[in-house]
Write a protein that binds this ligand. Structure first.
Ligand SMILES: [Zn+2]
Length: 366
C-alpha cells in the first residue's frame, strides 16, 4: 500500500542513486529486482523511502547524479565566449529539452553562464563542456526569462556552490509561481528521469528591474538589461561591452519561426525590440534566444520584421471584417522555410488576432 505513492519520480531517483554507487545504468538488475520486490512486499516501502532520502541528499551534494548527456559541441562566438546552440524544434526526449541556447564567457575572476539549462542533467553535461575549456569556476549565472529551459537547471548550479544567480524580477516571480506546472510540463515532454531532481531555487536569485552591472574582473563588466515585455513579461539580456557581445534571450530569434505563448504580447515585443536596438552598437555580436550566433541585421529581419509583418496583416484582416477563422488565409509563405513554421504560423496569426481583439489567449506553462 505504502509503495503506491512512490511513483516513477522516486524510482528514477532510485535508479540514479544506484548508478552513482555502482556505475550501472537504469537496467541494473539490482535496481530492477529491488523495485519489483518492493512492489510485491509492502513492508519494504519504508526502507525504500529511507533509501530515497539518502539518495536525494547525496544528489544535492554532488549537484546531479546520473548519466552525462551528449550535447551539441559548443561554438566559439568571440574570444572566451562559447555557445551551445540548441535544437531548432520544440523540446523532446531526443534533444533533452535543450532547444534554446546555453552560453558561457570566461573572465579574469571566473565564468559567466547565460541560461541554467532545461534540467539538472543538461546543466551538468554543459558544465563538463565548460570544464574542458577552462579551470576557472562558474561564478555568475543569468537566465533569459521564466521558461523551463532557462530555469529548471538552476538547482544544479546552486548545488555545486554557485552563489550569484540573476533574473529579471518579473521572470523570477513568474517562474516561482508556475514552478510546479512548468516542471511537470517539461518532465512530461522531455523526460522524468533527467528532470525530477530540479528544485525551485528562485529564492536564491538576485532580481533586477532595468539594469544590473556585474564586475567580472580584469576591468570587464556584464550588464544585465531589460527593455520591456514581449515574448515573456519578464526577460534578461546580457551585454558585455568589452567583447561587443549581446545575449538577447527570446527578445530575438535567428531563423527559427517565432513561438507565441499565452503570456506573449507582440505589440510590446515590437517596442522592446526597438528599444534594445536603439541602445546597442550597430555592429554588436548577437547570441539570440533561438538559432545560431548572428548580428543585429539578421535578428531585426527575422524577429522585428516578422512581428511587424504579421501584426499589419492581421490588422488588415480585422479592418476588412475578418474573424478568427479568417486568419488562416493570411499569406505567410515568405517565411515557410523557417524551422517549425508549419507548427507555429497559423497559431501565431490567431494569437495576434486575439491580442488585438481582447480574446482569451489561454494559459501556457512553458
Ligand atoms: Zn524560450
Amino acid at each position: 500500500m505504502l509503495f503506491r505513492p512512490i511513483t516513477t519520480a522516486i524510482l528514477a531517483t532510485l535508479t540514479c542513486g544506484i548508478s552513482f554507487q555502482v556505475q550501472a545504468s537504469s537496467d541494473d538488475p539490482f535496481v530492477q529486482g529491488f523495485a519489483a520486490y518492493a512492489k510485491e512486499n509492502g513492508a519494504l516501502s519504508g526502507s525504500l523511502e529511507a533509501y530515497m532520502k539518502d539518495v536525494q541528499s547525496a544528489e544535492r551534494k554532488a549537484g546531479y547524479i546520473g548519466k552525462k548527456l551528449t550535447l551539441p559541441a559548443p561554438q566559439k562566438v568571440t574570444d572566451g565566449a562559447y555557445t551551445v546552440v540548441g535544437s531548432l524544434i520544440w523540446h523532446t526526449p531526443e534533444n533533452f529539452g535543450l532547444n534554446n541556447n546555453l552560453s558561457w564567457v570566461e573572465f579574469e575572476d571566473g565564468v559567466f553562464v547565460f541560461n541554467a539549462g532545461p534540467n539538472p542533467a543538461v546543466a551538468y553535461s554543459f558544465h563538463q563542456q565548460i570544464k574542458q575549456h577552462t579551470d576557472k569556476p562558474v561564478k555568475w549565472i543569468a537566465v533569459e526569462n521564466s521558461q523551463g529551459h532557462a530555469y529548471l537547471g538552476a538547482s544544479y548550479w546552486v548545488n555545486i556552490g554557485v552563489k550569484n544567480l540573476y533574473s529579471h524580477s518579473r521572470a523570477n516571480q513568474d517562474f516561482n509561481n508556475g514552478f510546479k506546472e512548468i516542471k511537470a510540463s517539461w518532465a512530461r515532454r522531455v523526460g522524468e528521469d533527467i528532470t525530477h531532481s530540479a528544485r525551485n531555487v528562485s529564492d536564491k536569485f538576485t532580481e533586477f528591474d532595468d539594469k544590473l552591472v556585474i564586475d567580472v574582473g580584469g576591468g570587464e563588466t556584464v550588464e544585465l538589461l531589460n527593455f520591456g515585455p514581449g515574448h515573456t513579461p519578464g526577460s534578461t539580456l546580457a551585454y558585455i561591452p568589452s567583447r561587443n557581445l549581446l545575449y538577447t534571450g527570446d527578445v530575438a530569434y535567428n531563423k527559427r519561426s517565432l513561438a507565441l505563448f499565452s503570456y506573449t504580447h507582440t505589440g510590446h515585443w515590437v517596442d522592446t525590440f526597438k528599444a534594445m536596438k536603439a541602445a546597442m552598437p550597430e555592429d554588436v555580436i548577437v547570441v539570440p534566444g533561438h538559432g545560431a550566433p548572428t548580428d543585429m541585421a539578421k535578428i531585426s529581419e527575422d524577429t522585428l520584421g516578422y512581428l511587424e509583418f504579421l501584426r499589419n496583416a492581421v490588422k488588415q484582416k480585422i479592418a476588412a471584417g475578418g474573424k478568427e477563422e479568417d486568419m488562416a488565409s493570411i499569406d505567410q509563405s515568405a517565411y515557410k522555410d523557417r524551422p517549425v513554421y508549419q507548427q507555429t504560423h497559423q497559431h501565431n496569426a490567431v494569437h495576434v488576432y486575439k491580442e488585438l481583439t481582447g480574446g482569451d489567449l489561454g494559459q501556457s506553462f512553458e
